[in-house]
Design a protein around this ligand. Structure first.
Ligand code: ARG
Length: 470
């Protein structure tokens, strides 16, 4: 193979893939440890196209952890000796240090992280290294690594959700008495407290947390021992591997074990919905901080300037949290689409799973982090919110006042509707009305109706479970 042929024409952005080798080394790599049956090496373009190494390197710790557990099990059932398992363990730990130190030579010819590590292990541990892959396929290996990875990452996402939740609870506890309009159809509807509004997001996050824990429970199942798809003739101890790696259960069906990516879909759908929640939250902060609303001000540390308009203070951060929820939804849809037509069992389409999960993870984690840091620093203009919460937002309370005095709700609804219409026509607001104005619409109004026209009071009396009362 000529030197020029070892360079793929379109992989210039992945220079690490082609760490310079001598011609002879390049040839040896093209006949890598999987290519016993082939007379020729692959085209460099084919190597580059099929490789997952550029992104699945991220699984190296999990691959090593899984391999050490596998080797220990092989020794336990006497498929290899204790000394060989020890040599494998020592070699794998050395490889982990090499990768961490940036000293590991990645080569695209190795296809993926599993082969890259195994090849290096054979360099370091010789025949013991050649025994590691006993009773194992990359198909069950990658399923194991991916599950181990998510078993580490899902709790990290849950912890970030909890941090945001705490931040929201803190802000809410300062605003139990801050009155603002609640909206339906983006029209002022009824007064609520800012705390009540924020606590709606706390409830959403509680459900997100629950969904991630459920995703974690379905991820916490150990696939190794499935082999390529149909198990192995060798007497392995799958339970021992599961125990060693801290899995709750083992996957029961070997064909399911290598082709199931439901756990990735579970994760991605929890992430997509979390992304949607963060997007809605961002959208509201964006609205509140417009001059039109004027309910809040964004802190400088979270705002962006304009390249042309000197006065601008832009909420780019929030727009991007909103925008990036689109890519997480895309990751979920892509994953479902990848799975949709796949026959059992492993097909290389499944290799596309990892980037979807990495992308979703790398999107929601920083979004959770920054928005949790933003909330305590948002400055709310409680007077502006209070001013927007009065007036016609109390119309429903007036209808309920008449209901308490024996009127059917539909009749009360109509009477208050007419009252609102007349008040608007007179260029007034509800607070401007006298007892006579009310009595003209119904004799059931008493002087106490005038005290009712107070948003604080309106919130206090809506003390039904789940209501906005402080
Ligand atoms: N790189 C592969 C993946 O990410 C590992 C499994 C490969 N198995 C195979 N038979 N090609 O899915």
């Amino acid at each position: 193979m000529s030197t020029s042929a070892t360079r793929c024409t379109w992989s210039s952005e992945l220079p690490f893939l082609m760490t310079p080798r001598t011609k002879r080394a390049a040839k040896a790599a093209s006949g890598n440890i999987l290519r016993g049956r082939f007379a020729k090496g692959r085209l460099p373009e084919v190597e580059a196209f099929t490789a997952s190494l550029p992104f699945d390197r991220r699984l190296f710790r999990h691959d090593i952890r899984g391999s050490i557990a596998h080797a220990d099990m092989l020794a336990k059932v006497k498929l290899i000796s204790r000394a060989e398992a020890a040599r494998i363990g020592k070699g794998l730990r050395a490889i982990e240090r090499e990768i961490e130190a940036g000293k590991f030579k990645f080569d695209v010819a190795d296809e993926d992280i599993h082969i890259a590590i195994e090849r290096r292990l054979i360099d370091l541990a010789g025949d013991a290294g050649r025994k590691l892959h006993t009773a194992r396929s990359r198909n069950d290996q990658v399923a194991l690594d991916f599950r181990l990875f998510l078993k580490d990452e899902i709790p990290a996402v849950i912890a970030l959700i909890e941090r945001l939740r705490e931040a929201l609870l803190d802000v809410a506890s300062n605003h139990a008495d801050s009155v603002m309009p609640g909206y339906t159809h983006m029209q002022r509807a009824q007064p609520v407290s800012l705390a009540h509004h924020i606590l709606a997001y706390v409830d959403m996050l509680d459900r997100d947390r629950e969904r991630f824990s459920q995703a974690l429970a379905r991820t916490d199942v150990m696939p190794l021992g499935a082999g390529a798809l149909a198990g192995t003739t060798l007497q392995v101890d799958r339970e021992a591997v599961a125990r060693e790696l801290g899995f709750a259960r083992i996957v029961e069906n070997s064909m399911d074990a290598v082709s199931d990516r439901d756990f990735a879909v579970d994760f991605l759908s929890a992430a997509a919905l979390l992304g949607v929640h963060l997007s809605r939250m961002s959208e509201e902060i964006i609205l509140w901080t417009t001059s039109e609303f004027g309910f809040a001000t964004l802190p400088d540390e979270f705002s962006t300037g304009s390249s042309m308009m000197p006065q601008k203070k832009n909420p780019d951060l929030l727009e991007l949290i909103r925008g990036k929820s689109g890519r997480v939804i895309g990751d979920l849809v892509a994953m479902l689409t990848i799975l949709k037509g796949l026959p059992l069992t492993y097909n290389s389409d499944l290799q596309e799973d990892k980037e979807r999960v990495f992308d979703a993870l790398d999107t929601v984690k920083p979004a959770l982090d920054v928005i949790a840091k933003l909330w305590p620093r948002i400055k709310f203009d409680v007077d502006a919110m209070r001013a927007a919460a009065g007036g016609f937002a109390l119309a429903t309370d007036l209808a309920e006042y008449l209901v308490e005095r024996g009127m059917p709700f539909r009749e009360a609804h109509e009477i208050i509707g007419a009252l609102v219409r007349d008040t608007i026509a007179a260029g007034k607001s509800l607070e401007d009305l006298s007892l006579d104005d009310f009595r003209r619409h119904s004799p059931r109004f008493d002087p106490d109706v005038l005290e009712m026209l107070d948003p604080e009071n309106s919130i206090k009396v809506r003390s039904v479970i789940g209501g906005p009362a402080p």
